[in-house]
Design a binder for this molecule. Sequence first.
Ligand SMILES: *Cc1c(COP(=O)(O)O)cnc(C)c1O
Length: 397
Amino acid sequence: MEKFHKSFTQQEPIPESGINRAIEVMRSGRLHRYNVNQGETSEVTTLEENFAGYLGVDYCLACASGGYAMATALRAFGLKPGEPVLTNALTLSPVPGAIQAAGGNAVLIETTDQLVLDLDDLDRKLVATCARLLLISHMRGHIVDMDRLSEVLSRHGAVLIEDCAHTMGASWNNRPSGTFGIAACFSTQTYKHINSGEGGFLTSNDPALMARAIILSGSYMFYEHHTRGPKSEAYADTRLTTPNCSGRMDNLRASILIPQLALLDDRVQQWNVRYNVLEAELTGIPGLRVPSRPPEEQYVGSSIQFLVPDISSQQADKFLSICKQQGVELKWFGADEPRGYTSHYTSWRYLSTQALPHTDRVLRGLFDMRIPLTFSVVDCHLLGRIIRSGFETLHNL
Ligand SMILES: *Cc1c(COP(=O)(O)O)cnc(C)c1O
């Protein structure tokens, strides 16, 4: 029996240049983003410049977390209390949490067998709710047909905000994920594509939205420090009418993100080599299906999902424990109770009760595995073999 020994929660170290820069920042004592000497550019400002440049957008705000970026985007958009916000039923809890925090009312959209938003259900719910806004979560990096999505939204005059927590570095038809809507939100939390422990970005090309977002983030009257924010005129209407809901990023975090951003495209390649190995290992197993990925989707394979349709709870738990015994940690979206980071939409009881029969079916058979870059290509072959043989064992019991 083969066994895997590495940790599924072990990240790569912070690049040495980032560690050295972080030490300099600590020695300087100037950790707050607006605490700059004459002529000095803060680490946070440099990071915002670099990320806006990377994505090809006008404005970028670095902030405390991805969840904070989402809530801030919704507030800066002008969400009204109790207003419906359409979002995925298949996502993680920071998404409905951000909608709740911004005073919205999350209305969940069905999930397809390819693990993306069901655009027909979206169409129906845009009509039924008259929602102005879709907060799409590109969950586990699966990108819906963005051309069709844009068509559906513009037909209803609805606006898009993207949750790109799992698509930093990804594209649809060579257009970066995060450039399709009025705003996009990214996370730099430890388990995402660049790691500062906690952190996030809000990006946009909309000057009015970004001016409000910068004031919301706790800029006080230092908004002119934001070289990747709009011109000062954009703040005229906003500066005294927008509340300060502090959620800034600090220079320490920014200093360790700057060199990681420079490595991002390299890392994307490494993830995809690993993803492709696992995908090949898991393809062709009867009863188990890896979602197919459309050619337009330039994904980041930092995790892999597969479906075992109609698996029972008992069998799913058995499968998880067989894999666990061999050192492989799978997550399962079908459990009755939330486990770790994974939860079913019915566990978000602060939302109104919603029936999503197709999503229920998808989640019941959905397994998920992280692919940290501390796993080698050889490791990924081994992981694939263990999952395959675990699945065969399950069927022979
Ligand atoms: C991690 C994550 C976020 C944001 O998370 P933070 O921990 O707040 O940075 C948003 N959406 C999804 C789908 C996530 O996994």
